[in-house]
Design a protein around this ligand. Structure first.
Ligand SMILES: Cc1cc2nc3c(=O)[nH]c(=O)nc-3n(C[C@H](O)[C@H](O)[C@H](O)COP(=O)(O)OP(=O)(O)OC[C@H]3O[C@@H](n4cnc5c(N)ncnc54)[C@H](O)[C@@H]3O)c2cc1C
Length: 307
């Protein structure tokens, strides 16, 4: 069983080797970062994904100046809908972070071997005594590749998580698998996915082979906001808001071709819990029902269970 995970994706620009340019992937990385954070006053975070934004909210709360640089125009855009991306961008700005969107790093600046700042692709120089690089990961698939297994953004497995060799399975961050929760294949980076796939192959090894079909879910805590996502919302063609973003408690229901494919909740755990139940089968929920706050989602889920 291959469960080799993924590793830090380095930023390939001049100056990336300078002291103070840090990754966050392992416990050792976290220990170094915690120590450096106490001494840092100006921090640049490269990459506005979950990890970059979670770190930014912690650094701001500790009193550091934080500038987040994101090459796309949508923080967390790989995994969340536009309304959630906008909501979190606004929240980070409100908490005090500066955010430059559509901006990359052309080189990292330093003196005496230590980082002093970055030069952005739009020609600005931002000061920094700590630079956190969080631009995603590289799946650890070399071992599988050397063994002759198919590799394509991770180790390619079938719906039962079996590679092209029937004696080898792959799970977790390193596995690229087909799922009924998305169009085509995915490689997910989440604790839920790693744990549930582990259970699935354990059952397989014990003689109960079945397609892996657990509803994917994710979370991210940033400041006082808890984001919880049920399903995979990438590829939606319509979103419906339930609740009021101004209250800080709301959900975005994401639909594709009229079918609910995922729900992104902010400080709204009840919606998240019911969404996981709905997505485990045919949700049978219309956009109108999702938008109507008086419509009882739990009763809807109970009726589905009874079908
Ligand atoms: C900072 C951070 C925050 C995160 N926060 C969340 C979160 O809030 N929620 C969430 O769901 N997920 C989160 N994740 C993602 C989550 O940690 C991963 O999805 C999960 O750990 C994947 O488990 P895994 O077992 O597939 O891989 P890993 O946990 O990466 O474990 C793989 C292990 O295999 C080892 N290995 C690799 N190659 C070999 C080899 N050839 N031989 C032997 N050993 C090898 C690696 O060293 C590693 O120890 C976070 C990740 C990071 C880095």
């Amino acid at each position: 069983m291959l469960a080799t995970g993924a590793r830090f994706r380095p930023l390939a620009v001049p100056g990336a080797e300078l002291d103070g340019v840090l990754p966050l992937r392992t416990l050792a990385d976290a220990d170094v970062l915690r120590e450096r954070l106490d001494k840092a006053s100006e921090i640049v975070v490269v990459g506005a994904g979950f990890i970059g934004l979670e770190f930014a909210s912690v650094a701001i709360a500790r009193g550091a100046g934080v500038h987040i640089i994101e090459v796309t125009h949508h923080p967390m855009g790989r995994v969340v809908s536009a309304p959630i991306s906008r909501f979190f961008t606004d929240a980070h700005r409100r908490w005090g972070a500066q955010i430059s969107l559509g901006t990359g790093v052309s080189r990292i600046l330093g003196t005496g071997g230590r980082v002093t700042g970055v030069e952005t692709t739009d020609g600005r120089r931002l000061p920094a005594d700590l630079l956190l690089i969080c631009i995603g990961v590289i799946p650890n698939a070399e071992l599988a590749g050397e063994a002759g297994l198919a590799v394509d953004n991770g180790i390619v497995v079938d719906e039962c998580l079996v590679t092209v060799d029937p004696g080898i399975v792959a799970i977790g961050d390193c596995a690229n698998f087909p799922t009924p929760f998305a169009v085509g294949r995915v490689r997910l980076e989440s604790v839920q996915n790693a744990v549930d796939q582990g259970r699935s192959v354990a059952a397989h090894i014990a003689g109960h082979r079945a397609p892996y079909d657990k509803v994917p879910w994710f979370w991210s805590d940033q400041g006082d906001l808890k984001l919880q996502i049920a399903g995979i919302t990438t590829g939606h063609d319509a979103t419906v808001l339930r609740g009021n973003p101004e209250s800080g408690h709301f959900s975005v229901f994401c639909f594709r071709a009229g079918r609910l494919i995922g729900v992104e909740s902010v400080n709204q755990t009840a919606d998240h819990v019911v969404a996981r139940r709905l997505l485990a089968g045919d949700p049978g929920l219309t956009p109108e029902q999702a938008a109507d706050e008086s419509y009882d989602l739990r009763a809807h889920a109970r009726r589905l269970g009874a079908r």
